[in-house]
Design a binder for this molecule. Sequence first.
Ligand code: 15L
Length: 277
Amino acid sequence: MAEVPERPVLLTGASGALGRVLARGLGAAGWKLRLTDILPFPDELPQAASFTQADLVDGMAILRLAEGCGTILHFGGVSVEQPFTEVLGPNIQGLYHVYEGARRERARVVFASSNHAIGFHERSERLDDDCQLRPDGYYGLSKAYGELMGRLYWDKHGVENVNLRIGGCRPKVDNARTLAIWLSYADLLRLVVRATLAQAVGTLVIWGASNNARGFWGRDGRAVIGWEPEDSADPFIPQQQGNVSGDPVQERYQGGPYCAIGYSRTEPSPKELFPAR
Ligand code: 15L
């Protein structure tokens, strides 16, 4: 029989696309799940699961939900680029509530970080887990903050955490950029299982991408948890390689469309570069 965590697992963002994949997969494996989201849970509840509708900004609610849990899978919060004021509550304050819950319960945090924490690296670069954080918007900034929160809580309180820098986790490879960043649902599920069950993890960053030949990312902490992706975007190369945006900012950077949102940099003119001439 598949291994099951000793203590219950809290899953935030349970009603979101990835939360639903995890609730279904982990529920089917017999995990004792405490699901939560600001929105109602749209699916049938797995057998050993409960659901509580709650806002991440409500600290008391999150601390109560974390009581007795051994792991918090933090997939909740704003999941796309939004104005700063929209991101602030769920992704910054909410993250603090999650980490405080983990500290009190001696629980591990598995955090859904994102490629948008490093989105302003150029596509020609191959990045390792210790590359500079280069967020491509307020959403990406909140994910970078989340990774740093993990660093702080490990160093100061010994709270273990695994930060999954997820690429594009969706059912299908939908364009040329996704050929590099695709993470299949099945690879995500196996990744979260290993991040939860692995013995000692400290604080880790793992690139959340399947085995894609066109990938941007290299070394990370996957060996510590014993995970390797099994799927690949490669079969979709012929169909998707020409499916590009035509926007130079999007195509230049790893974060793609997020980099172009509100982008106001202009290339310096020769006069600005060489004012003396
Ligand atoms: C993300 O972080 C988002 O949550 C997801 O909706 C996609 O936009 C993905 O990044 C991506 O970069 O394609």
